[in-house]
Design a protein around this ligand. Structure first.
Ligand SMILES: Cc1cc2nc3c(=O)[nH]c(=O)nc-3n(C[C@H](O)[C@H](O)[C@H](O)COP(=O)(O)OP(=O)(O)OC[C@H]3O[C@@H](n4cnc5c(N)ncnc54)[C@H](O)[C@@H]3O)c2cc1C
Length: 397
């Protein structure tokens, strides 16, 4: 039988995870990534529920555990740095705000890349410029001018997906801005985190957080509430200036974080947005991960969703490689309920994450202090249950 080829756009989490399964099922896999190399950076991401089984079946659980973040839990601090409430990591059987398996996004991406680089062709520093679908495949013109044909094309290129724009329509049809922006970056460890993931809120919808990592550094994030802003997504300096201006009066460790932001090697800035696409596939082209379904960082389940999505999409395509339309339809059917649940925002949504006034910050802190009591306990348990809201099918080896 002729080996079928798949081009995946995006080499972060979804792309390499998908390539792993497709390669295992005998497809020839190519990944095109717009960045010149694998992109470092990002905070810790969670691997929860069913996604943990997926990485176990990939054979990557030991590597992920070894690189994992070990935090005592999540704690709220006030402007003076005093802890005003805390949720330990083992609350809800590891299903709390700090999950049992947390790993820095960059480390997870690197593990997935190392596990796939021998079996997958990686094209860094390029992107898909044009897609022309014929009866037997898709002719792809790359930004570099290269023209090649593939049996299938998968957009795993995130919230601002290029494949989605080319094959499905403009971003505005699919992406909903939730009213905030976040910048993530690495800073020198201030030395007093004591293994806690610390979060500080200031009136005006300002949020700062810091979490420890190994090797004398820590991961910082700064968020602010705002309607959609017009800014150049490729101008990192301008994005740092936006953050610095918004957080100019924030207290706690924020002045220190802002001193460090200018030197940060891995600064990443984006809106907090959700992505919804009615039909994830058009002919031989389909979407996976944030490109097709994204609950935003607030959902805490984006990485789990993309790992599970990769498993299901590859499994369905391998089950009926000659009926890709059937395979893509089953992929969406299998994932639908799980995606819907994972996209539901935690209570309060953006207002719970970034309350606008001191009164709302105090009320949110009181409710966080009650996580072990009704009704917060039930709400947190419901959140944790979403990570298991799909039963994985066994696909042919
Ligand atoms: C640098 C970085 C840091 C992040 N930090 C966090 C974080 O701290 N917390 C959090 O919750 N989520 C973070 N995310 C998002 C998180 O990785 C995703 O929500 C989730 O893991 C699903 O991943 P994904 O692979 O579908 O999408 P993404 O992780 O968004 O990856 C998309 C990939 O596609 C590439 N790409 C984009 N456009 C094109 C194109 N036209 N052609 C080719 N390649 C393209 C991007 O460079 C990127 O490598 C971060 C993403 C990135 C890229």
């Amino acid at each position: 039988m002729r080996q079928q080829s798949v081009l995946i756009s995006g080499a972060s989490i979804t792309g390499p995870a998908l390539a792993h399964w497709l390669h295992r099922y005998g497809f020839a896999t190519t990944i095109v990534e717009v960045g010149p190399a694998l992109r470092p950076g990002g905070h810790a991401v969670d691997i929860r529920g069913v996604a943990r089984r997926v990485v176990e079946e990939m054979g990557l659980l030991p590597a992920i555990r070894a690189a994992g973040v070990h935090e005592r839990g999540y704690a709220l601090v006030n402007g003076a740095g005093r802890i005003t409430g805390a949720v330990p990591a083992d609350a809800f059987g590891g299903g709390g705000i700090v999950a049992e398996i947390e790993i820095m996004r960059g480390d997870l991406s690197e593990i997935l890349y190392q596990a796939t680089r021998d079996g997958t062709e990686y094209l860094f520093g390029d992107r898909i410029a044009e897609l022309a679908e014929g009866t037997d495949g898709v002719e792809v013109t790359f930004g570099s001018g290269l023209v090649r044909s593939f049996d299938f094309v998968i957009g795993a290129d995130g919230v601002h997906s290029g494949v989605r724009r080319l094959a499905f329509g403009p971003q505005a049809r699919f992406v909903t801005h939730l009213g905030a922006y976040t910048g993530y970056f690495t800073v020198p460890d201030p030395g007093n985190l004591d293994d806690w993931f610390l979060m500080y809120n200031a009136p005006g919808g300002l949020v700062a957080s810091l979490r420890p990592e190994r090797g004398g550094t820590a991961k910082a994030s700064l968020s602010f509430r705002s309607p959609e802003l017009a800014y150049d997504r490729h101008d990192v300096q301008a994005q740092k200036e936006i953050l610095a201006e918004r957080h100019a009066r924030s207290r706690w460790l924020v002045p220190q974080l802002l001193d460090a932001v200018w030197e940060a090697p891995d600064f990443y800035f984006d809106s907090i947005s959700q992505v919804r696409v009615d039909r994830w596939s058009r002919g031989r082209i389909t979407l996976a991960g944030d490109a097709g379904y994204c609950g935003s960082p607030l959902s805490g389940l984006g990485t789990s969703l993309s790992l599970v999505g990769g498993y299901v999409l590859a499994g369905e395509l391998a089950s009926t490689p000659d009926d890709h339309e059937g395979a893509f339809a089953r992929y969406q059917d299998e994932m639908r309920g799980y995606v819907e649940q994972c996209m539901e925002l935690p209570p309060g949504g953006i207002s719970g994450y970034a309350p606008n006034s001191q009164l709302m910050i105090s009320l949110r802190n009181i409710s966080m202090g009650m996580v072990n009591h009704w009704p917060m306990r039930q709400i947190m348990a419901k959140q944790a249950g979403k990570a298991d809201a799909i039963t994985l099918k066994a696909y042919p080896a």
